[in-house]
Design a protein around this ligand. Structure first.
Ligand code: GLN
Length: 441
């Protein structure tokens, strides 16, 4: 733990906002005491983990990588994090990310762009970039990210580790700073499928503090053992036959499909919405929800209030000085699609499309058990290339946002293409996707 704390403090990749040294040493001492007494310890006891800086951990800074909340200290602890602490895991750091989860590169942050753990000239991916990098660099054994439209899966792929976006509701969102509440999920990034399963089993479950949580079955630990039988596999034709996909990613993805066929699995090509429709539906709804969720941040109850002539000016100056350009773009966009005269044509249309997308997924999962897809259409961008072109950034989320709208469980695996592949199942089929991913490896 001490060695890892030193590395986190050095912060070579800008992956850390706050090192939780006191909490970590205190937790580690408890485990030491148990061991020296000869007591048995649990699977997660003494295991160092990182926390995306959007989770409340009582008494620690929780900044959402924003100026507004840079000095804000959490008053309570998120349910998912509390469960890990209760299991004896060691909290090491609050991790750098795109501010409020807004982004795909971890450059939209006031703590400096996060560098990719494999090639520091490249972006870490986002928004849970710091979380992915800390795992990839072995600073933490696992990290807890947040995934609204790809934020666990895409940085996992960019740093060649595993990242699971669970079924919506499987893990409580209580104490996660809300981005788009209807697709926000809590999940782990780790170097092995087994670690993903162990962490999920600890975090999952109904929580009276989050009415959207669901009951779920435990993921069995023996997933690593056998080849899954009787699984039908599908992939979306539209995801690989379009102008945007990088030829190498396409070729590598097709090679993975061939490998699955060669292993004796039935593979179906599925028709689906084109990726542009998924992106526009997701961003319409995500911006609307974030505009609503962030309206509470006006400097009255939390954060860096900047006084001005009167209350209205105080709100305005506090918000315009403290939010990043990308966050302001989303608040303005969200308020526009929700406003009178636009909401029927844009917001409600987005809701309708979302229902159609969900229904289409349901129909597909009557035909197949697993859907495979690339994580991104393009390779990992260089630092500095992404934020200046928001439209291109949104389009780069084409393959992750659909599964968020469908509230489906999806695992990024660090192989198959340069940015990994996604293994998706029907709701609550985490066990099946982890098992299939393990076979693919
Ligand atoms: N890149 C997507 C967005 O900016 C997803 C982010 C996330 O999942 N938090 O909305």
């Amino acid at each position: 733990v001490k060695e890892k704390l030193a590395l986190l403090k050095e912060n070579k990749y800008n992956s850390v906002n706050t090192v939780l040294e006191d909490l970590a040493l205190e937790a580690a001492a408890k485990v030491d005491a148990k061991i020296s007494k000869g007591e048995e310890i649990g699977l997660l006891e003494g295991i160092p983990f990182g926390i995306k800086d959007v989770y409340m951990v009582q008494g620690t800074y929780t900044s959402a990588s924003s100026d507004l909340l840079k000095k804000y200290k959490s008053a309570y602890t998120a349910t998912a994090i509390q469960k890990l602490l209760d299991a004896g895991a060691i909290p090491m750091a609050k991790e750098n990310c795109d501010s409020f989860g807004h982004g795909s590169s971890s450059e939209n942050t006031v703590f400096g762009s996060v560098k990719n753990a494999i090639d520091t000239s490249l972006v870490a991916g986002g928004s849970s970039g710091g979380s992915a990098v800390n795992v990839a660099a072995d600073y933490t054994v696992f990290s807890i990210g947040g995934d609204t439209g790809g934020s666990i899966r895409q940085p996992a792929g960019y740093n060649k580790i595993y990242g699971l976006k669970p079924t919506y509701g499987r893990v409580s969102r209580y104490g996660l700073m809300a981005y788009a509440s209807s697709t926000d999920t809590v999940g782990p990034l780790a170097k092995s499928i087994e670690d993903v399963a162990i962490v999920m089993n600890v975090m999952s479950g109904k929580d009276p503090k989050d009415q959207t949580t669901i009951l779920s079955e435990e993921i069995k630990q023996n997933i690593v053992a056998s080849k899954p039988e009787g699984i039908k596999v599908g992939y979306f034709k539209n995801f690989i036959e379009n102008d945007a996909i990088d030829p190498k990613i396409k070729a590598d993805f097709i090679a993975t499909i061939e490998k699955v066929k060669a292993a004796g699995y039935e593979v179906q090509e599925l028709d689906f919405f084109n990726a542009d429709t998924l992106v526009s539906t997701y961003y319409t709804l995500a911006m609307a929800e974030t505009a609503s969720n962030l309206s509470r941040l006006d400097g009255t109850n939390y954060g860096n209030r900047i006084e001005d002539k009167n209350l209205k000016e105080t709100y305005m100056v506090t918000r315009s000085e403290n939010f990043t350009e990308e966050t302001k773009r989303r608040i303005v966009g969200g308020n526009q699609v929700l406003s009178q005269g636009f909401s029927d044509a844009i917001y409600l249309k987005g809701q309708e499309l979302r229902n159609e997308i969900e229904a289409a997924f349901e129909a597909d999962f009557n035909k197949v058990d697993i859907i495979l897809s690339p994580v991104t259409p393009g390779p990992v961008p260089k630092i500095g290339e992404v934020l200046s072109n928001p439209h291109a950034m949104y389009l780069s989320d084409a393959y992750t946002v659909g599964f968020s709208l469908g509230q489906l469980p999806t695992l990024t695996c660090p192989f198959g293409t340069e940015t990994g592949i996604q293994v998706t199942g029907a709701k609550n089929k985490e066990q099946t996707i982890l098992q299939f991913a393990n076979f693919l490896n």
